[in-house]
Design a protein around this ligand. Structure first.
Ligand SMILES: [Zn+2]
Length: 164
């Protein structure tokens, strides 16, 4: 039987469940199945042009990310070069996919890094069932990226290139 949950109950997942799924053991044991089932992950962070670990290293060096933010996380390029969905993050399995549209010499490091940064901020938030993900705190973090506004504009231009 389906019970319609009210807005207030939206986040009513037992705390013990959230604690369990946030453990390294849970993530490490269940993640391979998630990755196997995902048809859009290339299963490599080494692109034809760009390496996702290079972006992460620059973000760490700049002090924008900490090693704790990206602990026990798994990164991959996507199979599809989607220009509308440039990145995604499963906070449950700590998996980040970056659109292979960004694996191009035409895309500057700063733009690629900004998308990787955005997804890593979701890793920092962790698994929050029912919670608002792009909340004020998230936007504050995002805007600590130098030149975030220019990056947003550049990404909007990329979106437009899809012609839709
Ligand atoms: Zn997001």
């Amino acid at each position: 039987m389906l019970v319609r949950r009210s807005r207030k109950q939206r986040t009513a997942v037992p705390a013990s469940f959230c604690e369990y799924v946030a453990t390294d053991d849970f993530v490490i044991s269940r993640r391979p199945t998630y990755i196997d089932r995902s048809r859009n992950l290339l299963r490599t962070d080494i692109g034809d042009h760009a390496f996702i670990p290079d972006s992460i290293q620059r973000l760490l060096d700049a002090g924008l990310l900490t090693p704790e933010d990206i602990r026990n996380s798994w990164f991959s390029w996507t199979r599809r070069d989607n220009l509308r969905r440039l990145g995604f993050c499963s906070t449950l399995f700590r998996v980040v996919g970056i659109s292979s549209a960004l694996d191009s010499p035409e895309v500057p490091d700063s733009i690629r890094d900004y998308v990787v940064y955005h997804e890593c901020l979701h890793l920092r938030q962790g698994y929050r069932p029912g919670g608002r993900i792009h909340d004020a705190e998230f936007r504050r973090w995002e805007r600590s990226y130098p030149g975030w506004k220019e990056c947003e504009n550049a990404l909007r231009t990329l979106h437009r290139r899809t012609g839709s």
